[in-house]
Design a protein around this ligand. Sequence first.
Ligand SMILES: NC(=O)c1ccc[n+]([C@@H]2O[C@H](COP(=O)([O-])OP(=O)(O)OC[C@H]3O[C@@H](n4cnc5c(N)ncnc54)[C@H](O)[C@@H]3O)[C@@H](O)[C@H]2O)c1
Ligand SMILES: [Zn+2]
Ligand SMILES: [Zn+2]
Length: 375
Amino acid sequence: MSAETSSAHSIPDSMRAVVVYGPEDYRIEDRPVPTPGPGELLLRTDAVGVCASDLKCYHGAEKFWGGEYKEAWAERDRIPGHEFVGTIVAAGDGALDTRGVALGDRIACEQIVPCWECLYCERGGYWMCEVHDMFGFKGFDGAMAEYVLVPTRALTHRVSSELPGEHAAFSEPLSCAMHAVERAQIEFRDTVVVAGAGPIGLSAIAGARQKNPLRIVALDMVPEKLELAKACGADVAINFAEQDAVAEIKKMTGGYGADVYIEATGHPSAVSQGLNLLRKFGRFIEYSVFKEKVSVDWSIISDDKELDVLGAHLGPHCWPAAIKLIERGTLPMEQICTHQYPLEQFQEALDKVGDSSGSSVKVSILPNGRQPAAE
Ligand SMILES: NC(=O)c1ccc[n+]([C@@H]2O[C@H](COP(=O)([O-])OP(=O)(O)OC[C@H]3O[C@@H](n4cnc5c(N)ncnc54)[C@H](O)[C@@H]3O)[C@@H](O)[C@H]2O)c1
Ligand SMILES: [Zn+2]
Ligand SMILES: [Zn+2]
């Protein structure tokens, strides 16, 4: 190959990889290790997180496989995995210089691979790229494999090799949630409610903590997750299965309600919950992706409360800040990263994410096992 390769690492011809054959049909098999062309990098995968979206795709959700009004977006014959970090082991012409990196560096890649040509990319909104290629779903293979190719169009960020891989790969959900926090335009006097204390909600709490509002309230129904929410920076944790969340929040805000509600549950019930607990002129940030359609009393947004309802997608411009938070040890990463699996056990990893008893927070796959730097 014309690519520069790491002398410390000999690259095999084939690798183990999970391959999407279709909904509920993911298989592990041998695939050729890609050779980086000009501007491309080859990473040895250190860790890849498994997220709620991976699971929804696995189970055949309409957002991924299409339906009555939607075309399919996800592709078959693709290696899944979009939350990853890896170590650079080979580079095509110019790739190291362009990105200011060296062989042996660890990098995280943004999940979206922008086309850089569409209306949104041209206007600076690359994360809403019309083409919407994304590692592991469309256009490019992801990281549930021993190696992953970084195309020229991808956005990369350096991450410390000292961190355990699964901690470093958490920069993906953390940057996503921090984007939701940016959308909320939090002010010092605000009471911010975050619904859901999964990886996204916990990250939103950690991000909101950096903005130092008056009060951050976490809502969930799993006691361990509420404890973790406090460790991530929540001032108050409410178990909505035991307490009336709307009444509690009204009580702590002089009867008015919360200023900001960040919805990170994926459950339709959390939408009306948010509309009900916000004060007039409040801000509702929607980050979830729902399996079912959600119906609510839409007039609350207009006539009752004149709310700002803001969507948020991915984590643009938040990666360096997210990586810094993880590198500084600001988050309780040991508690957040609850499960790590070898590649051969990808099915167990998916099942663990799907386990509705709340037994996991962040589930990760370590395709090359535990690397020495992380021990
Ligand atoms: N927009 C994007 O770009 C993007 C990116 C990543 C994830 N997501 C979405 O964000 C959502 C959250 O992701 P996650 O990985 O943290 O999910 P998760 O399933 O791990 O966590 C959701 C949490 O919400 C709790 N919950 C359920 N109903 C609730 C309610 N009514 N009020 C409060 N809490 C409630 C659950 O107990 C659970 O702890 C998912 O829908 C996911 O698909 C969106
Ligand atoms: Zn994800
Ligand atoms: Zn584009």
